[in-house]
Design a protein around this ligand. Structure first.
Ligand code: 13P
Ligand code: SF4
Length: 305
């Protein structure tokens, strides 16, 4: 079947099923192109909580579809590729987190949304890369447990020196593969370019960035900047809209190793099959959902900039 026929059938089925197609900024170009809403983890969580569609087709990875299901329990949430997981989310288990909580009784747990529903359910509040600083600042306690991304946690901690962070040593393998050497090589080749990276990057990489922000933050920052060239330190799916929105600017990927294999799994065919068959459906048990929802709702109650 040709791509244009697949697209037409997807659009038709989206209407028939009263479905909305959400796609993360790291998805393949053709999936972003057909999406109703694209965004970062925070933007997509908000979209999932507000939509009145009956079906959410979530083009992203498993934890994102789970969050959509937690926030919109009456809707059917489809994840076209069931095998699209997040290795960072898999680095923290409920048993491990409970053990850490026992060692630090009464210390609140801030959990990055890149985590399972079960882990969120054992947490006090969630955060994304876009609101992590605000979330941590909102806590009255002087000490906190930050789970699971050590790099995001350490990046946030620099802005809030008055609080003591206890880190879970998880990380994003794709972002950690970008080395200081990769970035320095690109900077030597493109001395007039600004370097912007995601806070999941290793601390020594974030330290030399002109700006560190979430994926949607990168769109805003690069658009507003008067610079003409940018070295981009995050998953290359972001280049699609950066180039579309800024045809006069040049975007160079900091390292080819930044590709996230899980974010590249979902194809247009997968989206079509999922809408035809109405599987795979992502659900969260009622007990886990109620607790995880509290942590997500506390995050969503914090106003956006
Ligand atoms: P954001 O889009 O929230 O910046 O998240 C990045 C990411 O790694 C999602 O898996
Ligand atoms: Fe997980 Fe990193 Fe892939 Fe995001 S980019 S889904 S954090 S492995």
């Amino acid at each position: 079947m040709s791509d244009s026929l697949i697209r037409a059938q997807i659009k038709d089925l989206l209407k028939k099923r009263n479905a909305v197609l959400l796609a993360h900024n790291y998805m393949r170009d053709e999936v972003q192109e057909i999406a109703d809403i694209t965004g970062d983890s925070l933007g997509l969580s908000i979209a999932a909580s507000r939509t009145d569609a009956e079906v959410i087709v979530f083009c992203g990875v498993h934890f994102m579809a789970e969050s959509a299901s937690i926030l919109s329990p009456d809707k059917t949430v489809l994840l076209p590729r069931q095998d699209a997981g997040c290795p960072m989310a898999d680095m923290v288990t409920v048993a491990g987190l409970e053990e850490l909580k026992k060692k630090h009784p009464g210390v609140p747990v801030v959990t990055y949304v890149n985590s399972s529903a079960e882990v969120k359910a054992c947490s006090d509040i969630c955060c994304t890369s876009a609101n992590a600083i605000k979330v941590v600042r909102s806590l009255k306690e002087k000490e906190l447990i930050f789970v699971p991304d050590r790099n995001l946690g350490r990046w946030v901690a620099q802005f809030i020196p008055e609080k003591r962070f206890i880190y879970w040593e998880g990380f994003c393998p794709s972002h950690e593969r970008m080395t200081l050497r990769d970035v320095q090589q690109q900077k030597t080749q493109h001395p007039d370019a600004l370097f912007v990276c995601h806070p999941e990057s290793a601390p020594e990489v974030s330290a030399i960035a002109d700006h560190v922000c979430s994926t949607s933050g990168m769109y805003e920052w690069c658009r507003a900047s008067s610079a003409e060239k940018f070295i981009i330190g995050t998953e290359p799916g972001i280049l699609y809209r950066l180039r579309q929105d800024n045809p006069e600017k040049e975007f160079i990927l900091a390292a080819s190793a930044l590709i996230c294999p899980n974010m590249k799994l979902t194809s247009l065919e997968d989206v079509l099959v999922s809408l035809q068959t109405m599987i795979p459906v992502v659900t969260v048990s009622q007990e886990i959902r109620a607790k995880a929802r509290l942590a997500l709702d506390r995050m969503l109650a914090i106003p956006r900039d």
